[in-house]
Design a protein around this ligand. Structure first.
Ligand code: UGY
Ligand code: MN
Length: 249
């Protein structure tokens, strides 16, 4: 890949970011031998969570980077085995895992691409949920607020013990979010298919499959799907916990 123009669609702001594939720079962590990781979103940019793409090569393995972190992994392609809570689970494309904080786990693979969300678990007076493995195919898609042009899959169980939600939206061309949203909960998002226009604060960004977005607290947000095929995005959201004190500048 070479770029002779210095132009990118990536845009990093105090309260939001768009990270597009031409600006990805991989890193190899010692805890993840054989893995090339692109850290799309992290606390370094002001977020309270991380979002990464991981390419597993032959003999790859991964263990927790931080024991305080819970981790969500979507297998985008290839095959993996996850060892957690005394079980070995084989998984392939479209399978996903929830791996609880303070719980040892190990993922091995010879070839896979993964999407990861991770963050320190925020406890409440309910027990932390255990490891979960499911496939996107097993999760029903429901019209969002009654709109059949915007189908929502809620990937984690509706249970206040979870402090986050991971959801998948599918929009028909011309489908939109029904309102310009404003909420304290952050989002991390990856566009999996199709294209559209994302409003982030006072800017409107053309976005396409492979683009990642960080939305900070209270960011105005709205989406309209364009093009001729359905667009799909997966996103992280804080759930079931009150707001935390403001970040220090
Ligand atoms: O769950 C949400 O807040 C979602 N509707 N937001 C979004 O897709 N930007
Ligand atoms: Mn939202």
């Amino acid at each position: 890949m070479s770029n002779h123009t210095g132009i990118t669609r990536s845009a990093i702001h105090r309260d939001h970011a768009l990270i597009t594939p031409e600006s990805h720079v991989p890193i190899v962590f010692p805890q993840w031998p054989g893995c090339e990781s692109v850290v799309l979103i992290s606390p370094e940019m002001g977020a309270k969570f991380s979002q990464m793409l991981v390419k597993c090569n032959a003999g790859a393995s991964m263990t927790p980077l931080s024991s305080a972190d819970e981790v969500f992994i979507l297998v985008q392609s290839g095959a993996v085995v996850v060892e957690c809570e005394g079980k070995n689970t084989a998984a392939q494309a479209d399978d996903f895992f929830f791996l609880p904080a303070d719980t040892p786990w190990k993922l091995t693979s010879d070839s896979a691409t993964l999407l990861l969300f991770s963050k320190p678990f925020v406890s409440c007076d309910l027990p932390q949920p255990g490891m979960l493995h499911r496939s996107l195919k097993d999760v029903p898609a429901e019209p969002f607020l009654g709109d059949p042009g915007a189908l929502l899959q809620v990937l984690l169980p509706d249970d206040p013990a979870y402090d986050w939600g991971i959801n998948l939206f599918e929009f028909v061309p011309g489908g939109t979010l029904p309102q310009v949203e404003c909420h304290f909960m952050e989002h991390g998002l990856l566009l999996l298919a199709g294209q559209g226009v994302y409003r982030l604060g006072d800017r409107w960004y053309p976005v396409t499959a492979g683009d990642a977005i960080w939305m900070g607290p209270y960011l105005l947000q709205w989406y309209a799907a364009t093009g001729k095929e359905n667009s799909r995005y997966i996103y992280y959201k804080e759930m079931n916990r009150p707001p935390v004190p403001a970040r220090q500048p």
